[in-house]
Design a protein around this ligand. Structure first.
Ligand code: ADP
Length: 475
């Protein structure tokens, strides 16, 4: 499978993020355009009215406290805001303001000023402010008039402020907005491209590795890029591929082991059967000896096959427990007795330390299988002293089962793996000890079904202690 990158895919991360960024930019720009077109004038009007009011207050202050600065301030304010300012006193009239107001305009204001003067005379507040809108012209003006100082002195300050933005201001803003629109769209699309590349790169790389993995290459490495989520995904996939690799190699080992383990007893059975046929058929003693070998080998085969069955049942969760209340001390004694013969015939030193009784609720046969597996492992892997100690004692409300040997133990880095299916420690694989690596995984499966605690303490070269604990119940 090849990932096609050249073709434009509307569902790709790149296309979708580009679309969203564009929509986002467009909405913002539309809002700005809308505000500018519909609210600019109202806003401008309000701001100008406020500004005019402030200027008028300041002029009033200057006039009463700091007359020298009045002139300069009035001129500056008029220039800056396009105001027309007029100060009438008993003996003089001064006018300020030229921007936007040509001389020709002044007679026009004459009317407004006399109108304002009338209204001011009638007003009890000592100041007035009017908004005048000319007919046929949307632009309006603020006309403001106030007495400076005492009303009877007749000093009046007039101020006329345009309440509409100057045309040039609007066109400057418009062209600025055009630039902003262009730049925003550019930035949005660049961001979208960068974002989507960042996002899609790790995904594309993970997909590529996954394709390799699906082709059976377990050595691939998944790389998650800079995002937490993709990193998490990559980490999980790395773990999955490691597990797959492990299972695969265990399975390969298993096939090798099982075929070896099946072949040895089968060869033995065949050759002993032939021997009986050819040689010992008539000799009852020899025949019995040879038949015993055949039976022992058949038992071994049987055990191997039933181990494989148990393991696969436990693995597929189809194993069912047959729960009863029973004395685990009695069950353990039965198991231990089957190994006694080794004490006598093969020089083993198997001891059993037990408490009197300990009732547990569990599957009688399966728990016996657990104990048998642990004991037979200890016997298989015990040291030269052939020492195996079995203990069954009460610990608080639990009963604890231990099998201790003085064998080679298990290396620290392998200890957590011994419970896995088909796992055999490298030392034992090399020593050619018979086994499938299934025993402990069966133990683990059964103990987990019983919610029991279990574990192993082991030191390389010193030996191991495999144990489990079950809750006791009343008899
Ligand atoms: P096997 O059929 O190989 O014994 P198990 O599942 O019973 O399979 O055990 C898994 C591996 O754990 C064994 O191959 C062995 O390497 C290690 N092991 C189990 N019991 C002991 C022990 N008592 N001492 C040392 N190693 C052990």
């Amino acid at each position: 499978m090849k990932t096609k990158r050249s073709k434009w895919d509307p569902n790709s991360i790149r296309a979708v993020s580009l679309m969203y960024f564009m929509v986002f930019a467009a909405v913002i720009l539309l809002m700005v355009w809308f505000m500018q077109s519909f609210f600019m004038n109202t806003y401008y009007e309000r701001m100008m009215a406020q500004e005019a009011q402030t200027t008028a207050n300041k002029l009033g202050n200057y006039y009463s406290t700091n007359k020298d600065n009045f002139d300069a301030y009035a001129r500056k304010a008029a220039d800056r805001n396009g105001l027309y300012i007029r100060l009438e006193t008993a003996d003089s009239t001064s006018e300020y303001g030229n921007s936007g107001l040509s001389q020709g305009d002044i007679p026009h204001y004459q009317f407004e000023i006399s109108d304002a003067k009338d209204k001011l005379a009638k007003s009890s507040l000592g100041k007035i402010s009017l908004t005048v809108t000319e007919k046929g012209n949307k632009a309006s003006r603020l006309v403001y008039a106030t007495y400076l100082g005492n009303r009877d002195d007749g000093n009046i300050l007039y101020m006329i402020a345009p309440l509409y933005p100057v045309e040039s201001t609007i066109s400057i803003l418009r062209s600025q907005l055009l630039y902003i629109t262009f730049i925003t769209l550019m930035i949005a699309s660049m961001l979208a491209i960068i974002m989507s590349t960042w996002l899609s790169l790790p995904i594309a790389s993970i997909t590529k590795s996954a394709v390799q993995l699906s082709n059976g290459n377990y050595n691939v490495n998944f790389n998650g890029g800079i995002f937490t989520e993709t990193n998490e995904l990559a980490r999980t996939l790395n773990k999955a591929s490691y597990e797959m690799q492990k299972t695969d190699s265990y399975q390969r080992d298993l096939i090798a082991n099982v075929s070896h383990d099946l072949k040895t007893p089968l060869t033995m059975i065949k050759s002993y059967a032939e021997m009986i046929n050819d040689i010992s058929g008539d000799n009852p003693e020899k025949r019995a000896e040879h038949l015993a070998v055949i039976i022992a080998e058949a038992d071994r085969l049987n055990k191997l096959v039933s181990d494989m069955l148990s393991a696969s049942r436990l693995q597929s969760n189809s194993a069912e427990l047959n729960m009863t209340k029973f004395d685990i001390v009695k069950a353990a004694t039965e198991v231990e007795e089957t190994f006694e013969v080794l004490n006598q015939q093969e020089g083993y030193n198997i001891s059993f330390n037990k408490c009197k009784t300990a009732y547990v609720y569990g599957d009688y046969d399966k728990l016996k299988q657990v104990m048998a597996n642990l004991i037979s492992n200890a016997i298989k892997y015990c040291g030269k002293d052939k020492y195996v100690r079995i203990e069954l004692k009460k610990v608080g409300r639990n009963v604890r089962f231990d099998v201790i040997d003085h064998g080679d133990g298990i290396a620290a880095e392998e200890i957590s793996h011994v419970w896995e299916r088909y796992y055999r420690t490298s030392a034992n694989r090399n020593r050619n000890i018979e086994g499938t690596g299934l025993g402990l995984s069966i133990v683990k499966g059964i103990l987990s079904l019983h919610n029991a605690n279990y574990g192993v303490e082991s030191e390389e070269g010193k030996g191991s202690d495999f144990w489990f604990e079950l809750a006791t119940v009343k008899k």
